[in-house]
Design a protein around this ligand. Structure first.
Ligand SMILES: [Zn+2]
Length: 314
C-alpha cells in the first residue's frame, strides 16, 4: 500500500526512495528523499531554500542518506536542496531565473515565475504533512547568531505545536514572528501546518558545528513527534524573543557596520553607515530597537533594499 507519493516517487511502508521532484513549467528539479516507517506522522524537512546556506543543506542531505525506515514511525520527506539553481550559481537570497527571494514567494503560484512555481511545488508537499522543519543559516555574506523562528499569527494550536518544536530544536534564541512576507513558516502557519525555520551556520562556510546543530535539531523534533524512539537530546532553556527587527539599506554603496555580531545594542545606537565610493557618508544607520544583533551583513557591497542587520529583543 502506498504510504506517500510525490512526483515519480512512490513509497510504501518500511521503504525509502530518492529521486527528483520536477517543478511544473520549469527546468528546475529538486532532490527529494522519502523515508516511510510504520504508522505515524508525516514530517517535511527542507534545506537550501536559500542556495548559499550550506550547513542546513548538508544537514538535510545527510539526514536523507542516514535515516532508515527501520525504527521509524511515520514518514519523513526531505528536499535537499530546494533551490539547486541558487546553489550552483552560489547566489545569495535569490533564484537566478527571476531575481526573486524564494523565501518571500510562499505559498507560491502554480503559474508564475520560476521561484513562484518552486514555492508552489514545495507547498504541494507541505500541505500533506503534519509538521515542517525548514533549515536555513546566514547566507554567503551574512554573519548570524543561531536562532529558530516560527509564526505567531496562526491558529493557537498551530502556534503552540510550532513553539514546542522550536523548544526541542536546541537553539537558545527562539523568535515568535508576526511576519507574513511569504516565508515558508508564515505560509505554513496560514495553511495550518506547524513549522519552524531554524537558522545555523553563516558566511558561506560549511562548518561541522552548525551542521551538528541542525542534525540534532531535526532528530530532536522527530523524537518529539514520536517518529523516533527514545528521548530528544537534552537542550538548554530557550530565550524567547518577541521582536525581530530589520534595518534595510536605502541606497547602493559600501557598508561599514559599527557593531559586531551578537552585540547588545540600545535603541537608536549607531550600528553602521553606507558610504559612496569616495568615502562620503551617504547615511548613518541606527538600531531599530534595543536587543541583540542576531544577523549582520558582512559584505562591503550594499544594494538599496537589502538587509543590513537584524536585532532580536525579548
Ligand atoms: Zn535562508
Amino acid at each position: 500500500m502506498t504510504r506517500f507519493q510525490v512526483g515519480a516517487i512512490e513509497v510504501s511502508a518500511s521503504t525509502k526512495a530518492s529521486g527528483f521532484l520536477d517543478v511544473p513549467g520549469t527546468q528546475v528539479r529538486m532532490p527529494i528523499t522519502v523515508i516511510a516507517g510504520t504508522d505515524g506522522p508525516t514530517v517535511l524537512i527542507t534545506g537550501g531554500v536559500h542556495g548559499g546556506e550550506y550547513a542546513g543543506i548538508e544537514a538535510a542531505m545527510r539526514l536523507a542518506r542516514e535515516l532508515r525506515p527501520e525504527g521509524l514511525r511515520g514518514t519523513v520527506v526531505i528536499i535537499h536542496p530546494v533551490s539547486l539553481p541558487a546553489f550552483h550559481a552560489r547566489q545569495q537570497y535569490v533564484v537566478p531565473h527571476d531575481g526573486k527571494n524564494l523565501n518571500r514567494q510562499f505559498p507560491g503560484k502554480a503559474v508564475g515565475t520560476v521561484s513562484e512555481r518552486m514555492a508552489w511545488a514545495v507547498m504541494q508537499v507541505a500541505r500533506r504533512v503534519d509538521a515542517w522543519v525548514d533549515l536555513h543559516g546566514g547566507d554567503i555574506h551574512e554573519a548570524l547568531v543561531p536562532f529558530t523562528i516560527y509564526s505567531d499569527v496562526a491558529d493557537r494550536e498551530v502556534v503552540a505545536a510550532s513553539r514546542s518544536m522550536a523548544d526541542v530544536y536546541g537553539i537558545e534564541y527562539v523568535v515568535a514572528s508576526a511576519s507574513v512576507k511569504g516565508g515558508t513558516y508564515s505560509a505554513a502557519a496560514a495553511a495550518g501546518i506547524p513549522c519552524i525555520l531554524a537558522e545555523a551556520g553563516q558566511v558561506g562556510q560549511l562548518d561541522e558545528e552548525s551542521v551538528a546543530v541542525h542534525l540534532r535539531g531535526c532528530r530532536n523534533v522527530l523524537h518529539h513527534l514520536g517518529c523516533l524512539d527514545g528521548e530528544p537530546d537534552p537542550v538548554g532553556p530557550v530565550r524567547a524573543l518577541r521582536r525581530f527587527e530589520w534595518r534595510f539599506a536605502g541606497e547602493d554603496g559600501c557598508w561599514y557596520p559599527a557593531v559586531h555580531l551578537g552585540a547588545e545594542v540600545q535603541e537608536g545606537q549607531p550600528v553602521g553607515e553606507v558610504r559612496d565610493y569616495f568615502g562620503n557618508v551617504l547615511r548613518e544607520y541606527r538600531a531599530p530597537t534595543a536587543g541583540i544583533v542576531l544577523f549582520l551583513v558582512t559584505s562591503l557591497a550594499m544594494n538599496e533594499g537589502d538587509p543590513l542587520l537584524a536585532v532580536g529583543a525579548e
